[in-house]
Design a binder for this molecule. Structure first.
Ligand code: HEC
Length: 143
């Protein structure tokens, strides 16, 4: 009789142990970084490329500075340190696909509620957007 009870508890322990490891799997997946919504699925970052930074800075001044400053809030958010708060994919999708981002991406939706102006699609190519990302990588808090 005693043995049976012990056996029962051991089984219970085993079952609950299995259950808890089952439950951990999906939550690990949920930690995947937020890539936003749009054409960019994966960006490989290497060492910072100075030529690309220069191209990005020029494009930023021409196409973005009407609404953005690096160091302070303007029509849109200050972009200093943006690569520390968003993933590379999210940033490029925001540049290439702002209309859908502010409708469907939770982070971009919140920004729209805060800034009350909708970011304009500047019709950049993927290469131009990538160069601006490279420029943003040099505009971080510790540089
Ligand atoms: C018409 C003004 C306007 C222009 C032009 C514009 N933006 Fe924006 N941008 C905004 C606003 C406003 C937001 C906040 C989201 C919203 O309200 O749509 C924003 C958000 C962003 C964000 C997210 C910032 C964060 O803190 O997460 C990035 C990155 C960004 N813009 C980059 C760019 C780049 C790069 C360009 C040039 C290709 C550009 N924007 C052109 C107005 C603009």
């Amino acid at each position: 009789m005693k043995n049976k009870i012990v056996f029962f508890f051991v089984m219970l322990l085993l079952i609950s142990a299995c259950n808890s490891t089952e439950k951990e799997k999906p939550s690990n997946k949920a930690e995947a970084i937020d890539k936003g919504i749009g054409p960019i699925k994966n960006v490989e970052l290497g060492k910072i490329d100075p030529a690309l930074v220069k191209k990005g800075e020029e494009t930023f001044v021409a196409k973005c500075s009407a609404c953005h400053k690096i160091n302070k809030r303007f029509v849109g958010p200050a972009l200093k340190g943006v690569t520390e708060r968003r993933s590379p994919e999210w940033i490029m999708n925001m540049i290439l696909n702002p209309d859908q981002m502010v409708k469907e991406d939770p982070t971009a939706k919140k920004l729209l509620m805060e800034y009350l102006t909708q970011m304009a699609n500047q019709n950049l190519t993927k290469d131009e957007a990538r160069s601006i990302l490279e420029y943003f990588r040099t505009q971080t808090e510790n540089k």
